[in-house]
Ligand binder design. Structure first.
Ligand code: ZN
Length: 415
């Protein structure tokens, strides 16, 4: 059955919003306000006196002095009104300093620390090292090149065509729409939105079922986006004895760990109450019934209800297939050694707290989608743990997924 984008009774107004780092947000604000200027780095360039030499010069200089990987978006040759200019190589900090100091009383010899006032520093007013100093190590035939100059070029690839046009003021660059991760991170296609909604609806059903059993209305689902396999469906279990830490995310991570032969919470192993844990096969069948009900919009009264239901052939087949995939995955896991939630997504109805966010970080989660923000939230509200510079793993975060529905479960009666 193909569920609609938003499912029965669910507002079609939500959109996943990427939670960016403060720096990225600032850049985005500046871009939206129309103020964009690229970060710059100093480089040496030279005019091409003989156009017929361009191809030969390109071949020899590009192979002997390739630009660093991160600057490959810069074109090596630019065409100016009356001539072509060749980007030779980056200048070191010392070389840049020497050139700027050589200007003496020039009005813009403000030093390296100040933002460059000019884009180009030529040998008529500044001391620029000769070509033989710029290329000292290799024997290059530099015939066809004129006097070198210092130029400031963008040090970050343009993220869109507007930036590409603005970068041109400094040095021409290439722009690949598909290769721009940040661009794609900011835009979620309708197809992707439907996919995200499908999994969040399952998390919502888990939250509802939990609430109906007198627990907190928070649910989570862990998915392998490479094959769409659901690895855990969990809900908040903090009301249980010994379970103050059993937030929905913690339970979900433990479920994944248990499937990989680990796991910390014995109570999750012993009980058959949560989906996907004890009695693997039985749990898988109930998991499938649960998903089917969630997808059809049917309210699940009791997660335990499928416990003794006889398996239909199709259910058994799906369960067997999942079992097979799991075995294959666990074999791959042993061989390649991926860690816990590496490459996985989690869909959770509320913003994870700092404990859950840290646990998700340690489990190497790939992406977190959450519904409603929470006052102590660690993925956007109080902290942005997923893009904290000092931590050894970063992951993507989207908020606002079916936000209204998720919030209603946390604060019944409030919209
Ligand atoms: Zn938590």
């Amino acid at each position: 059955m193909a569920p609609s984008a938003d499912g029965p009774g669910i507002s079609p107004t939500w959109n996943p919003i990427p939670v960016l780092s403060l720096e990225e947000e600032q850049e985005l604000r500046e871009a939206e306000a129309g103020y964009i200027s690229p970060p710059l780095t100093a480089a040496f360039a030279a005019p091409v006196l003989d156009k017929r030499q361009i191809s030969r010069l390109s071949q020899s200089i590009c192979s002997e002095y390739p630009l660093p990987e991160t600057l490959r978006f810069l074109k090596r040759v630019r065409s100016c009104t009356s001539r072509h200019e060749f980007l030779l190589r980056l200048a070191t900090k010392e070389e840049e300093e020497d050139v700027l100091k050589s200007g003496g009383n020039q009005s813009d010899s403000a030093g390296v620390s100040a933002k460059p006032q000019k884009k180009v520093y030529t040998s008529d007013l500044w001391t620029i090292p000769p070509l033989t100093d710029i290329f000292p190590d290799k024997v290059l035939d530099l015939q066809g090149l004129g006097d070198p100059f210092l130029v400031y070029v963008p040090s970050r690839a343009p993220r869109n065509q507007k930036e590409q046009r603005l970068w041109l003021e400094y040095w021409p660059s290439t722009y690949h729409a598909k290769g721009s991760a940040e661009e794609s991170q900011r835009h979620v296609s309708e197809e992707e939105r439907t996919r995200i909604g499908r999994y969040m609806r399952i998390a919502l059903e888990a939250a509802r079922a939990s609430q109906q059993r007198g627990r907190k209305g928070v649910g989570a689902v862990v998915v392998d986006p490479r094959n769409g396999q659901i690895l855990a469906i969990s809900s908040d279990r903090t009301d249980e004895e010994g379970g103050p830490l059993l937030h929905a995310c913690m339970v979900a991570i433990d479920m994944v760990a248990q499937k990989q032969g680990g796991g910390a919470y014995a109570c999750l192993k012993e009980e058959d109450g949560e989906l996907g844990i004890a009695g693997e096969k039985n749990a898988d069948v109930r998991k499938i019934q649960f998903i089917q009900k969630a997808e059809s919009g049917e309210k699940l009264q009791d997660m335990e209800s499928g416990k003794d239901t006889e398996q239909s052939d199709s259910q058994r087949n799906v369960a067997d297939q999942e079992e097979g995939t799991k075995r294959k995955r666990s074999e791959e896991t042993t061989e390649e050694g991926p860690y816990l939630c590496t490459g996985y997504e989690i869909y959770v109805t509320r913003e994870p707290c700092i404990m859950c966010a840290m646990a998700l970080l340690h489990s190497r989660i790939f992406c977190v989608y959450y519904g409603s923000s929470t006052p102590g939230g660690a993925l956007g509200t109080c902290y942005r743990l997923h893009c904290c510079p000092g931590l050894n793993h970063r992951f993507q975060v989207y908020r606002g997924v079916m936000e209204d529905e998720c919030r209603k479960l946390i604060c019944p009666g409030k919209s």
